[in-house]
Design a protein around this ligand. Sequence first.
Ligand SMILES: [Zn+2]
Length: 305
Amino acid sequence: MEKAEYKEGIAAIGIDLGGTKTEAVLLSPDNTILFRGRKPTLREGGYEAVVLQVAEMVKEASAKLSPNIPYTVGIGIPGSIDSVTGLVRNANSTCLIGHPLQGDLERLLGHPVSVRNDADCFTLAECRAGAGQGFGLVFGVIMGTGCGGGICINGEVREGPHRIAGEWGHYSVDPNGAECYCGNRGCVETLISGSGVEEAFFREFGERLTMDEIVSRARRGEEHSVLAFDRFLDAFGRCLGGLISILDPDAVVLGGGLSNIDELYDAGSERVRRYAFHERITTPILKNALGDSAGVFGAAWIGQR
Ligand SMILES: [Zn+2]
C-alpha cells in the first residue's frame, strides 16, 4: 500500500479499546484520516491477548506512515490508571484491572503511549469536533454497559492529581444499592448503566431482559418495564442533577448506547432540572454528534498532549 505523506507535523494514532470492539485511527497533523480499523476485542483471551492485539493495531496504523514521520499514540480504555502504581483500576473490561497497560504497551511498541479513560477521550472529541464545541466547561457522560464521565475545560481535559476527575460512575449514591465491582454499593453505574438496569430488573422481577427490551416494553406500557424505566429516568435526574449542582457546567453531552434513548432529553432532563439546586436550570443536555467515532478520535487527540 502507498505510504501516507504530508508536509510537516506529528501524526496521531488513537485506539479505542472497548469491551466488545477495538478501533484504531491514524490522523495526519491536520486531522485527515489516513487509516481506520476495527476488530472484536479478544476479551476471552484475557489481558495478554488484549494487549498484543492493541499493539498489533498500533503497528498496523503506524505502518501506513513513512518511517521518518513522527507520531503519537493514545489509548482510551473503559477504566482509569492509578496515579501512584500505574496499574489499571475500575475497568469494566475487568481483565485489564491490576495490569500495567501503559508500560506493557510501551515495551511492546518501543514507543511512548498515553492511556486515558474512554469518557475523557469521548468528552475531548465532542468538545473539539462535536456537540460540545463552543462551550467552556463540558461534562461528558458515557452511558452504555458501564457509566463514566469526563470534564473538559476550554478544550482541555481535566485529569486531577489522582487522575479521577469526572469519575462519576463510581460515585456511591445508595448505601443499600447493588454491589459494584469497584467495591462500593449503589454506584451511579449500578443505577443508570445498561447492565445496572438489567441486573436490577432481574433482581426485582426474576426476568432477564436487555436494556433495549426494557425500554421498548416500557413504551408499550408493560407494567414492570414502566416501573424500571421510570426509576432509571429518576436516577438519571438525581445523579446528573447533583453533578450539575456541583460543577455547573456550560453543557452536558451524552454518549454511549443509552444516549440514543430519546426520553433522556425530555422526561429525563425534566428530572435533572427537578433535582438540581436551582429553580431554572438551563444547562443544555445534548446528544453526542460524533456517535461511535468520538472515542477513537479523542484517544488520538489525548495522545498529542
Ligand atoms: Zn462502583
